[in-house]
Design a protein around this ligand. Structure first.
Ligand code: NAP
Length: 413
C-alpha cells in the first residue's frame, strides 16, 4: 500500500492562504540523487523521533514518496512524472533531497523545473551559526541572515540558445536589425527577464517575514548600477512595494538618518539596498548589520553559499522553496556525487531543512527539539567528516551515526 493510502489527512489552505494542518498530515518526500538517499535516511528518523517525543502519538507524519530524478528515470523513463507534480500540489508541503543537473547538456535542471512548475517563487535560506561548528571567520556568531532569493526569473528562467544554433542566429539578427546591437558571431545567447510582479511578491514575503519575526532590516541586493532595467528595477520596485504596502511599518535608510538620527524606531523595519559585489564584502566585514536579504535569483544563489561557508559550510545550510500554494524544503547543496552511497556526508543541511518544515507546519516544539539535540551533538564533538576536518579532537562519525547520536540526545534530560 502506498503511504498516501494509509490513514493520514491532507493539508489544506484556508481562504487567507494560511495552512490548515491536520494532526496526521500527508507530507511528500523525494529522496533525490547522489547523497540524497543518505541524507534522507538520516533525516527521516530524526523528524519522526522529534514529533513522537513532543506530541506522544497525537501527531504523526504520513510520508508520501514522490518519484523524481535518476531513480524515477530508471524505474519509469521519466525524470519528473506528472503524478509527482499532482501529488506535490495535493500534499502542499514536501521535503526533498538534491537532484542531478548535467552541465551544458541533456535535461534542464529538475530543481529549476520544479520551482517553475509549482511556482515556488521564494527560495528561503536562513544562515545562522550553531554553537560548536567550526568556521573560517573570527566571529561566525555575528552571522544571522535569512536570504529570500527570487526563484522563477532572471538568467535562471531557462531562455537561452546555444552558440551556432539557428535560434541564436535569429535572435542576433533581430538585435542587429531592430536595435543596432552587434554580437560576436559565435555567441550563445541568454535572456534575463525580471518583472515587477515577480519582484513584488518576493519582496512582500521578505518584509512580512521581517515583521513577523521582529527583525530590524530588509536589504535589497542588486547589480542595478550596471543592469539598470532589470536589477535596478528590482531595487526600485522593492522600495515602492515597501512604501505602498508597508508604509507604516518600514522606513528607508535615508529616512532613518534624516528623521530619526540613525536610531531605529521600535516596530519599524529598515529597507536598505546594496550592490551585490559590495554585499559580499559587507557579509564578511559587518554581517551583524544585516538580517533579511531579498535578492534576484543569481545573486541569491551565490550569496547563500558564501554565507553558508561562514557558519560551517554546505553541510549545515538548509533551505525552502515556497509559493502561495505549496512549499518544498531542501538542503542548499547539490548531489555531491563523490560521496554518494558512502554514508559519509553531513545530513545537517536536510535535518535543518526539516526544522524549517516543522516551523512551517507550526509544530514549533518538534522543531526546537531537533535544533537543541543537533547543537548538543555538535558541542559533544560528534560530527561528520566536513566539520571534523576543521575541529581539534572531534569524534568523526558517519552520516547515519550522526543522526543516531542526535536521536539519542533527544532523550537526554
Ligand atoms: P554540491 O553537490 O553541493 O557539492 C559540492 C561540495 O560541497 C562537495 O563536494 C562537498 O565538499 C560540499 N558539500 C555538499 N554537500 C555537503 C554536505 N551535506 N556535507 C558536507 N559537505 C557538503 O555541488 P556540485 O558538486 O557542484 O553539484 C553536484 C550536482 O548537484 C550538480 O548536478 C548540480 O547541478 C546539482 N545541484 C542540485 C541542487 C538541488 O538539487 N537543489 C543544488 C545544487 C546543485 P568537499 O568535497 O570539500 O567535502
Amino acid at each position: 500500500m502506498a503511504a498516501h493510502e494509509s490513514t493520514g489527512s491532507w493539508i489544506t489552505l484556508a481562504t487567507d492562504g494560511s495552512l490548515v494542518v491536520p494532526d496526521h498530515p500527508y507530507i511528500g518526500f523525494i529522496e533525490g540523487d547522489g547523497v540524497g538517499p543518505d541524507i534522507w535516511a538520516a533525516t527521516r528518523p530524526v523528524v519522526e523521533k522529534a514529533v513522537d517525543k513532543c506530541y506522544a502519538g497525537r501527531r504523526r507524519i504520513h510520508w508520501v514518496e514522490l518519484a523524481a530524478g535518476e531513480k524515477s528515470h530508471r524505474d519509469s523513463g521519466q525524470w519528473l512524472p506528472e503524478t509527482t507534480l499532482e501529488l506535490l500540489r495535493r500534499c502542499v508541503v514536501a521535503i526533498k533531497g538534491p537532484m542531478t543537473t548535467p552541465v551544458g547538456e541533456g535535461i534542464r535542471s529538475l530543481n529549476v523545473a520544479l520551482r517553475q512548475l509549482l511556482d515556488l517563487y521564494a527560495c528561503v535560506r536562513p544562515v545562522r551559526y550553531i554553537a560548536g561548528v567550526p568556521s573560517p571567520v573570527k566571529h561566525p556568531e555575528k552571522v544571522s541572515m535569512v536570504v529570500f532569493r527570487e526563484n522563477t526569473e532572471d538568467v535562471y528562467a531557462g531562455i537561452e540558445w546555444p552558440a551556432g544554433s539557428d535560434e541564436a542566429a535569429r535572435v542576433a539578427d533581430f538585435l542587429r536589425d531592430s536595435f543596432g546591437v552587434e554580437l560576436f558571431p559565435d555567441s550563445a545567447i541568454g535572456i534575463k527577464p525580471m518583472s515587477r510582479f515577480g519582484t513584488e511578491r518576493l519582496v512582500r514575503r521578505a518584509i512580512q517575514y521581517a515583521i513577523d519575526h521582529g527583525l530590524p532590516s530588509v536589504t535589497l541586493v542588486h547589480k542595478g548600477n550596471i543592469m539598470k532595467y532589470t536589477e535596478g528595477a528590482f531595487r526600485g520596485w522593492g522600495y515602492e512595494l515597501a512604501a505602498s504596502e508597508f508604509g507604516d511599518l518600514t522606513l528607508s535608510e535615508a529616512e532613518l538618518l534624516e528623521k530619526h538620527g540613525g536610531v531605529k524606531p521600535g516596530g519599524r523595519v529598515v529597507i536598505k539596498d546594496r550592490i551585490a559585489d559590495s554585499m559580499f564584502q559587507q557579509a564578511l566585514l559587518r554581517p551583524d548589520e544585516y538580517s533579511v536579504l531579498a535578492t534576484p535569483n543569481l545573486n541569491g544563489d551565490y550569496l547563500s553559499d558564501a554565507l553558508a561557508a561562514q557558519v560551517g559550510g554546505l553541510g549545515m545550510a538548509p533551505g525552502a522553496n515556497i509559493g502561495d500554494a505549496c512549499a518544498v524544503f531542501e538542503a542548499t547543496h547539490g548531489t555531491a556525487p563523490k560521496y554518494a552511497g558512502l554514508d559519509r556526508i553531513n545530513p545537517g543541511s536536510l535535518i535543518l531543512s526539516s526544522v524549517m518544515m516543522l516551523d512551517h507546519l507550526r509544530w514549533a516544539e518538534a522543531a526546537r527539539c531537533i535544533e537543541k539535540a543537533l547543537e548538543k551533538t555538535i558541542l559533544d564533538g560528534i560530527v561528520t567528516y566536513d566539520l571534523a576536518r576543521q575541529m581539534k579532537g572531534a569524534h568523526e562519525v558517519k552520516c547515519s551515526e550522526f543522526a543516531a547520536a542526535l536521536v539519542d540526545r533527544m532523550d537526554a534530560p
